[in-house]
Design a protein around this ligand. Structure first.
Ligand SMILES: [Zn+2]
Length: 163
């Protein structure tokens, strides 16, 4: 299902378990935030087709972290540059601000674009936050990260999972 957030920002969400995928159209670049789980491959491709985008036309993928339910469809996007915590410093999209938010995982990152925060599994709607009982999780770190996010003036929250 496609939910239009702004003229150039779309949320794709799925019936099966897996993260939401966000599509940003930035000066001719097609940017995805996360790729959901393999189970959602067909639906993801169908949604992209509806938006007139072929998988090989996706230029950049930003990963909020490397859990399987966010990275499952990376192989579909053969021409995309993939950025995660390891190489995100090399990202040259000036309009995207990267925020380190460890806690759910050590490698968790949030992305700020204008007044939209892509929060991965760090925070959800209605004050929810990511679990910290998985490997690399830390309750103390996620609380620090949430404090950091609270200081950012964003208006629209785009989390990795919605109900
Ligand atoms: Zn996760």
């Amino acid at each position: 299902m496609i939910n239009k957030i702004k003229n150039n920002v779309f949320q794709l969400y799925f019936k099966e378990f897996g993260s939401c995928v966000y599509l940003l159209l930035l000066n001719g670049l097609r940017v995805l935030v996360d790729t959901s789980s393999k189970e959602n491959k067909e639906e993801l491709l169908k949604d992209l087709q509806e938006l007139d985008i072929k998988p090989e036309e996706v230029n950049i993928i930003l990963l909020t972290h490397t859990h399987w339910d966010h990275t499952g469809n990376l192989p579909v996007f053969k021409n995309a540059e993939i950025y995660d915590a390891n190489n995100i410093d090399k990202l040259t999209l000036e309009k995207i601000k990267v925020i380190k938010t460890p806690g759910h995982t050590k490698d968790s990152r949030c992305f700020l674009y204008q007044d939209i925060l892509f929060s991965g599994d760090t925070i959800f709607h209605n004050g929810g936050r990511g679990r910290t009982d998985l490997p690399g999780g830390s309750e103390k770190e996620i609380l620090n990260s949430i404090e950091k996010l609270n200081k950012i003036k964003y208006k629209i929250l785009c989390p990795g999972h919605v109900d």
